[in-house]
Design a protein around this ligand. Structure first.
Ligand code: NAP
Ligand code: 12T
Length: 339
């Protein structure tokens, strides 16, 4: 449990990565009450320093004593590191907010989006899981609709940015694009196929049921966060040649009828959501506009005329911010509020 203090010792594990870097920026921008920041990465980063609020901070490697004296640790160094080190950190009395998929579906670990299920923070035992990026932006929009009209089924297709995979994938999209525009041969290292000027219906690994792990995360995590196993979800997740922000086409079937205008009104007062929906002026959420922003943008709000009670939405958010770093920092802020 987090003890009430004026300022906290905060660790970022995976500090040199795409998400870690965003965590450091987010902590600074939100004036998080930091006594001291500790930055961790792999042996590859030994000797490096990273700037935090004007000071150069050393990047450290992890050992069994690393978490002594640390109050809050934000993890984004991959599932294998979280599996080993999150319990070590929790044992040291530190509260872990873990960005990896390692602990999300563990029944003893809360999976939290502060706008949706902040109450689940009450039962944590030292580790709190941050949901998958595609799931987070979807549930902040689903929750107010569920409260108003009870969602029966969701059909979602995602258009996901390469930054979700990390720094190397961003480099690969840039390199392939430059090579193609200069008539050079394209090399694929991160993805099995060319991502520049292409769409890959493949995010994370394939499972026995023919779905990808990313698709099944959206199915399972949505039920856990919303606290309702009866919501049926099916997903197709697609990687697109975009650097930042995931876009999603979300089709929703509800028990109670909601008109497009009612849905627009409900969403316009939802926390963390901005309705951006003026098709007559060509205004709808775009990945490039959402990049660097905190909110989840929703537009193209219309009734699904093929069923009784259906809605179609277009949902866009910055995957490194609300999809990862910001949600983790908001969880830490809520823990402080509750301490
Ligand atoms: P990334 O850019 O590849 O960064 C990986 C980070 O992990 C780097 O800081 C790396 O340090 C560090 N690391 C690797 N091996 C380590 C080790 N043995 N000990 C300590 N640190 C180690 O990847 P990313 O996009 O930031 O993603 C990081 C993780 O966050 C992912 O694996 C995933 O679990 C999670 N994530 C979650 C979401 C979400 O949906 N909420 C989104 C994206 C990512 P070096 O620089 O030293 O190699
Ligand atoms: N494979 O945190 O590649 O479960 O975009 C997030 C993003 C896994 C995760 C991606 C991924 C996660 C991706």
């Amino acid at each position: 449990m987090l003890k009430k203090k004026n300022r906290y010792v905060v660790a970022v594990v995976g500090a040199t990565g795409a998400v870690g870097n965003e965590m450091i920026d987010t902590l600074a921008q939100r004036n998080f009450p930091i006594e001291k920041i500790r930055l961790f990465a792999s042996e590859r980063s030994e000797g490096k320093t990273l700037e935090f609020e004007g000071s150069e901070m050393p990047v450290e490697t992890l050992n069994n004593d690393s978490f002594k004296g640390i109050d809050i640790a934000l993890f984004s160094a991959g599932a294998e590191r979280s599996k080993i080190w999150a319990p070590v950190a929790a044992q040291s009395g530190c509260v872990v907010v873990d960005n990896s998929s390692q602990w999300r579906m563990d029944p003893g670990v809360p999976l939290v989006v502060p706008e949706v299920n902040p109450h689940d923070l009450k039962w944590h035992k030292g580790i709190i899981a941050n949901p998958n990026c595609s799931t987070i932006q979807m549930v902040v929009v689903l929750k107010p609709i569920h409260d108003a009209a009870r969602i029966k089924r969701v059909v979602v297709t995602t258009f996901q940015a390469v930054s979700g995979t990390g720094k190397k994938a961003m480099d690969e999209l840039l390199q392939q694009t430059t090579d193609l525009l200069n008539s050079r041969e394209v090399k694929c290292n991160v993805y099995p196929h060319q991502i520049a000027f292409n769409c890959l219906p493949h995010i994370d690994k394939f499972l026995d049921n023919g779905y990808t792990k990313e698709e099944m995360k959206m199915v399972q995590e949505t039920k856990k966060i919303m606290g309702d196993d009866s919501i049926r979800v099916t997903a197709t997740t697609v990687r697109v040649p975009v650097f930042r922000s995931h876009s999603e086409s979300v089709n929703i079937e509800t028990e109670k009828k909601l008109s497009a205008n009612e849905a627009r009104a409900i969403l316009s007062t939802a926390p963390g959501v901005i309705v951006y929906d003026a098709p007559d002026k060509n205004l709808y959420p775009l990945a490039i506009d959402a990049a660097g922003k905190d909110e989840t943008f929703v537009g193209r709000i219309r009734e699904d005329e093929s069923i009784e009670n259906g809605l179609n939405l277009w949902v866009v958010s910055d995957n490194l911010r609300k999809g990862a770093a910001l949600n983790a920092v908001q969880i830490a802020e809520k823990l402080i509020e509750m301490a």
